[in-house]
Write a protein that binds this ligand. Structure first.
Ligand code: AHR
Length: 673
């Protein structure tokens, strides 16, 4: 049976079988992993990205670079203390928010009423404390503005950036106030940086000159330099961090924040466009006013800046009155739904229509964007599995029937559970999961058996949220994570290997939620946390980056395949046929270092390979280190380590994957040679 050469092969074969068998029996034994040239799946270019909504002050106070909180008194009740959120008096004026005098625009009826006492010593005014602080940076030009009017006061107004203890970093003196609203604009160029973020935007007038008089102010704004210099743009450090992960999808504007607590308080696209003075803002679903300064066009421009495919959520006729009582959620009856469908058609025309032939396209052009935006994907609602009956009965059908007739090239994503039958049948469906590390590790194989029937998943929200297997959305004492942990992120990576291996049926994914202001948030953990001055990239951030930046075009078959039996090592191999790079992405979710003997069914074309990896600080397990996180106070506990290595053989390599780690190995492999 065996010829001469087989005699040589036999011991090798036996040895390899022994090794393999022992690997299955003994998880610490080295794994023999053969990487073939057989492409199993073409990887869609949309595989990795983010879901976006204003939650945790991710927009206002986060990515949106505006520095002044409650800048136009949107979404507040005049006369209440709450209406003065982030504003404080300086040297004794009486401050209130009022709508009893016309506001700066119909959309912004509220203004700040500043009543100066009859007797004043020195300057008097008010301050905005920003989004829990303001970063003052030498060399930056800050661009500011506000509206003011007074029937009697006509003196100068001085605006400045100061520390909370009174050090002035930059100031501008403005004159010309009259009895009608006027917009004052100015710039600040601080010559020194503030040592911390305890700084305010300060406005004052001369006390003697203003004594006994009333001055009204409205619609303030103060911007630092923004990402790519876009007007009304993004905070540079956050934008750069997100951009550095090269996301290829951007799902917006929610999430629950699309839906509103009532139909009327839903996210309305047409109230988020145009001059800031014409955007009324709204109280978002996460409990704080949204300025909507980050509006539809800003989102679309941002997606373009990222090179990401926009996935636009359109309101599908439900709101969330009381999150924990589904019976309270207002659902638009079938007979009343058409106006909302018409509104969605207008919205999509605004985004995609020819400016010369369509009124909504012309409106877009009048706002500075002549060229239509590329738009392929419409998500009909958000988490409609919570109201499946009306979705299945008429909402999905009415939206999809009308929109596909109008926009035949669009693809529609359903948001019920896959088991809910829809008419027309869904071809793409959104799947959300917030859960424990063990759920995500097991989930690495959930797509292996997904039916190959033409329907595809969009994993539209996912994250490890807790160590608690039975209550993943509970409190921190119950196991909820404050920040992504290394153990959680390795579990996410394990799951992502499953998405990538099955990216014929998972066409896109979106980590969520993405950003968190440490001073005011509703959801943990998040991929980037920040305050007014600094940011921290989490372990999950690095996993997203490692998976997204290192993209193959095709998945390669391996032997063995990554299965439950090969856990706690999880992997996916891929090849990029443009760059001729072979990738092996491996998550080791276990507590031990694990070695793999890698065998290639081909010769790599360079003897230099590279690795990038996150793992606990020491290479061997340290008790308690697996729940380690990067935090604002310890931002660099875990950062990716990149290295290159030389291969002795062009068809094999041994690598030890550290305990609780995620690694991407790259090799040059030019098939065409
Ligand atoms: O990501 C936070 C919330 O979780 C989203 O708004 C919602 O879609 C999901 O339930």
């Amino acid at each position: 049976m065996f010829g001469p050469s087989s005699r040589l092969l036999l011991p090798l074969l036996v040895a390899s079988l022994v090794l393999r068998t022992s690997a299955l029996l003994n998880p610490l034994a080295p794994l023999n992993l053969q990487i073939t040239k057989n492409a199993t799946v073409n990887i869609p270019p949309t595989l990795y990205g983010y879901m976006w909504e204003d939650i945790n002050h991710s927009g206002d106070g986060g990515l949106y670079a505006e520095l002044l909180q409650n800048r136009a008194f949107q979404g507040v009740l005049p006369g209440t203390l709450n209406a003065l959120n982030a504003w404080q008096p300086y040297n004794g004026p009486r401050l209130s928010v009022t709508s009893s005098t016309p506001g700066v625009s119909a959309a912004l009826p509220n203004s700040l009423q500043v009543q100066i006492p009859a007797v004043v010593y020195g300057p008097i005014g008010f301050e905005n404390t920003g989004y829990w602080g303001i970063k003052v940076q030498q060399g930056w030009t800050y661009t500011g503005s506000f509206y003011a009017k007074s029937d009697t006061f006509c003196g100068a107004i001085t605006a400045s950036l100061r520390s909370s203890t009174g050090t002035t970093f930059a100031s501008a003196t403005l004159s010309g106030i009259s009895s009608t609203w006027q917009k004052f604009t100015f710039t600040f160029n601080p010559t020194t940086s503030a040592p911390d973020i305890n700084n305010v935007f300060h406005v004052e007038v001369d006390g003697q000159e203003a004594a006994g008089q009333t001055i009204y102010f409205g619609m303030f704004s103060l911007f630092p330099p923004t990402f790519r210099g876009r007007k009304n743009g993004m905070r540079i450090d956050l934008a750069e961090a997100l951009a550095a992960t090269q996301p290829s999808v951007w799902r917006f504007p929610g999430g629950n924040n699309l839906e509103g607590a009532s139909w009327d308080t839903r996210w309305k696209w047409n109230e988020t466009i145009g001059p800031l003075e014409s955007r009324p803002g709204r109280v978002g679903d996460w409990g704080y006013p949204n300025t909507d300064g980050l509006g539809l066009l800003e989102y679309l421009n941002w997606a373009e800046d990222l090179g990401a495919e926009p996935i636009l959520g359109i309101w599908s006729g439900i709101s969330i009155q009381n999150y924990s009582d589904l019976t309270t959620w207002p659902v638009v009856p079938e007979a009343d739904l058409q106006p909302y469908i018409d509104d969605a058609i207008n919205q999509i025309e605004f985004i995609t229509a020819d400016a010369s032939t369509n009124e909504w396209g012309a409106l877009r052009a009048s706002l500075g964007r002549e060229q239509p935006y590329a738009l392929q994907y419409i998500e009909v609602g958000n988490e409609d599995q919570f109201q499946p009956a009306s979705y299945a009965a008429y909402r999905w059908n009415m939206f999809v029937t009308a929109l596909s007739a109008q926009f035949p090239n669009l693809q529609f994503i359903a948001t019920t559970y896959p088991s809910t039958a829809l008419n027309p049948p869904y071809m793409k469906i959104d799947f959300h999961e917030y859960n424990s590390p063990s759920w995500f590790e097991a989930g690495a194989f959930m797509f292996d058996n997904y039916p190959r029937n033409g329907t595809q998943y969009f994993v539209g929200e996912y994250a490890v949220t807790s160590t608690n297997d039975t209550n993943a959305l509970g409190t921190i004492p119950q196991g909820r994570l404050a920040y992504p942990s290394l153990a959680g992120s390795t579990a996410e990576a394990a799951f992502m290997t499953g998405m990538e291996r099955n990216s014929d049926v998972v066409f896109a994914s979106a980590y969520a939620p993405s950003l968190q202001h440490i001073m005011n948030y509703q959801w943990t953990p998040d991929i980037i946390t920040y305050d007014a001055g600094s940011i921290v990239k989490s372990t999950s951030y690095y996993v997203q980056q490692m998976f997204s930046v290192n993209r193959g075009t095709q998945v390669l078959a391996t032997s063995p395949a990554s299965t439950n039996d090969t856990a706690p090592l999880y992997w996916v191999a891929s090849h990029n046929n443009v760059t001729n790079i072979l990738y092996l992405k491996v998550s080791n979710t276990g507590p031990d270092d694990l070695t793999a003997y890698l065998f290639f069914d081909f010769n790599v074309t360079s003897n230099i390979g590279t690795s990038v990896s996150i793992s606990s600080p020491a290479l061997s397990p340290i008790s308690g280190q697996f729940n380690i996180s990067n935090t604002l106070t310890e931002p660099q506990n875990i950062i990716p380590v990149a290295s290159s290595f030389a291969l002795v053989y062009m068809d094999k390599y041994n690598y030890t994957f550290p305990a609780t780690s995620v690694t991407v190995l790259s090799f040059e492999a030019n098939w065409s040679m």
